[in-house]
Design a protein around this ligand. Sequence first.
Ligand code: UD1
Length: 418
Amino acid sequence: MSRIIVKNNGSLSGKVCISGSKNSSLPILAACILTKGKNIISGVPDLSDISTMYSLLESLGVKIDVHKDRVVLDCKNIVHYTTPYELVGKMRGSFLLAGALLSRMGKARISLPGGCPIGTRPVDLHLKGFAAMGADISQGHGYVELSAKKLKGARIYLDFPSVGATENIIMAAALAEGETIIENAAAEPEIVDLTDFLIKQGAKIEGSGSDTIKITGVKELNPTTHKVIPDRIEAGTFIVAFSMTRGYGTIENVNYSHIKPVVAKLSEMGVDIKDNGNNILTINAEHTLRTSDVKTLPFPGFPTDMQAPFTALMSTAKGTGVIVETVFENRFLHIGELNRMGANIRIDGRTSVIEGVNSLSGAKVNAFDLRGGAALVVAGMSAKGETEITGVEHIQRGYENFVEKFAKIGANIVFDKK
Ligand code: UD1
């Protein structure tokens, strides 16, 4: 079983360069199949979730050439419309192919993604959108089958501003007949990155980044080139790591406006963060930090993906902090593990109450999900002694060169591959 072993090595310091966003790359790679030619995407991180998306696209007929600085996706021939369970089961983001595939092929047979440790994560809102656009939908044997000769624009109200549902509906609507309006749409930066890409392909989209998005279907889209935005969650994780070890450092390739809610909370806790322009931030946490109260919300609220790293950070800050998780119903699996490291955290429903302790102590812990796993590694950097983290495959899904980047800023961290 592979492990990450972390030993306390004092404060982190130095410079980190943030990779391209995983959550932007996934829908953008899916959207390539809306065109019949070669799209060139740069900034796509080298991660296992991205490899899964490449395998899915290849299984449909896309020819993919991965270069060091760009990926070329030749979507001339899409010959299949089924995404196999073996791949979809690895990553929920695979469902992002539904809208584009339905649009391109007139049908899509997508394995249902199922639940995951952080919640049941249904796809009802995605399906509601496709149905409103005239798709026939049937389910059986673990697959959902979608078909529509020609999708038609519709007015769609989302009960919750789901990121994935918003992306899927936008992709389906880009080539549909007429106008689609998504109300209560998600406004995450990754949505704006996807629509920027689609607009370059020739799509007509207004209002992206707000809660109402209007898509006017066009006859065809053309291949283009695009660079994905920086990963705001990776940036947040590194800022938390500098803060957790009371260190200081510089983060490059980060869009300040994307991480404002995270910066606001860190400032409340006592971390000094300066926006130096040119996508560069400096962080100084060389003093006592206080806990804060946090509620996760859709963008521009505090991101649920930063909840676990913040829990780790607050566990050694001064005072009592409260975190309310409103986006996913079961995103607290890291808390039992943090308590094994000496944290004092209670859970009551969707709320966790964190009593700051002086320090954590290294222990053997397990990562149950991606961000929870990253939180345990960061916690280990400030804990006394050695922390051994298993379940590292979850972390590899979402962080590029995770161990190498931390080692470069002074962490004592080793990846033990078994
Ligand atoms: C995306 C991100 C994930 C992030 C999440 C919320 C990707 C690949 N993943 O996931 O990192 O944590 O946004 O910012 O971009 N829901 C339904 N029905 C649906 C769809 C969603 O009830 O049809 C619920 C989910 O169970 C969850 C909430 O809505 O409780 C938010 O989910 P959603 O925004 O869809 O997250 P993802 O797109 O899966």
